[in-house]
Design a protein around this ligand. Structure first.
Ligand SMILES: C[S@@+](CC[C@H](N)C(=O)[O-])C[C@H]1O[C@@H](n2cnc3c(N)ncnc32)[C@H](O)[C@@H]1O
Length: 277
């Protein structure tokens, strides 16, 4: 890891795209590396252990099924819980981290299905591949790449999952265009992410560390709805999860971030004709 994360945006305002990517990579590289030890302090999108898998919506059975990977469950929801996956589905996880959601999805799609996780942090992909070896998941594959430029063929995916990652992207409309490209006609998005409910204080929006911690880059529900419909998705639905207030409140020692953010499920469908409407 050679990038040094900036401490402020170039013009004293928002970090630019390169600064944002550097801060995000640095953070998740560190988490992937440090959580190799027994005593890492990681959990949810934050580094402090504030959200248990149960708070994120995972069942005991989910945790038992993917035992050993929960220390790298860094999301803010449970996208497989809303995805209604079928046996044989091809699934893509945007920003797959340690692979927790990929391994859950793999159990649902079975040996006839396939799950691909894409992540831009090499150390995180390495951890996910190690987890795949110990999780006996032959139908799961992890690829290094950016979700704005997916290393995935056109119209090859039935369901796109993502868990607390789109907020981290400096180009969210491009993420949704790419998701649309790789989905088969009739394919679906099932995303968990944080969304803005009120404008964040400038210091949180402008701090690359806050952006990398799933706070500063969050978008509002109307903004996300526009991005999704502009990309071509129909039946767009974004539903806040009021229960997330409890763990989001723990994300910041100085402010109650639940005044500004809520976790939400984000769904949409690529029309059966496959062309943007
Ligand atoms: C908050 S963690 C979530 C990981 C995983 N989805 C989970 O629930 O445990 C964010 C992950 O997304 C990856 N990421 C962030 N921005 C990305 C981008 N633009 N392209 C690819 N991966 C990205 C990071 O490297 C990190 O592993």
């Amino acid at each position: 890891m050679t990038d040094t994360p900036p401490t402020t945006g170039a013009d004293g305002t928002r970090p630019d795209a390169a600064q944002q990517r550097a801060a995000v990579r640095e953070r998740y590289s560190r988490i992937a590396t440090e959580s190799s030890s027994c005593c890492a302090d990681t959990g949810s999108c934050r580094e402090s252990s504030t959200a248990s898998p149960t708070e994120l919506g995972y069942s005991d059975a989910d945790r038992d099924a993917v035992e050993g990977v929960t220390d790298l469950a860094l999301g803010c929801g449970n996208p497989t819980g809303i995805a209604s996956l079928d046996a044989g589905d091809a699934v893509l996880d945007l920003g797959s981290g340690g692979g927790f959601d990929c391994f859950l999805a793999a159990r649902e799609v079975g040996p006839a299905g396939q799950v691909v996780g894409v992540d831009m942090t090499p150390e995180m992909v390495e951890r996910a591949r190690e987890n795949a070896e110990t999780s006996d998941a032959p139908n799961v594959e992890f690829r290094l790449g950016e979700i704005e430029h997916l290393p995935v063929a056109d119209e090859s995916v039935d369901v796109v999952l993502s868990n607390c990652v789109v907020n981290l992207s400096p180009d969210k409309p491009q993420v949704f265009r790419e998701a649309f490209r790789v989905l088969r006609p009739g394919g679906r998005l099932a995303i968990s992410d944080v969304v803005l409910t009120a404008e964040l204080p400038a210091d949180r929006r402008h701090d690359p560390a806050s952006v990398a911690a799933c706070v500063g880059g969050a978008a509002s529900i109307p903004a996300l709805e526009s991005m999704l419909t502009d990309a071509g998705f129909v039946d767009v639905s974004i539903e806040p999860d009021a229960d997330s207030e409890a763990f989001i409140r723990e994300w910041d020692d100085e402010r109650d971030l639940s005044d500004y953010l809520v976790a939400a499920t984000i769904e949409g469908t690529k029309p059966a004709t496959g062309t943007p409407q």
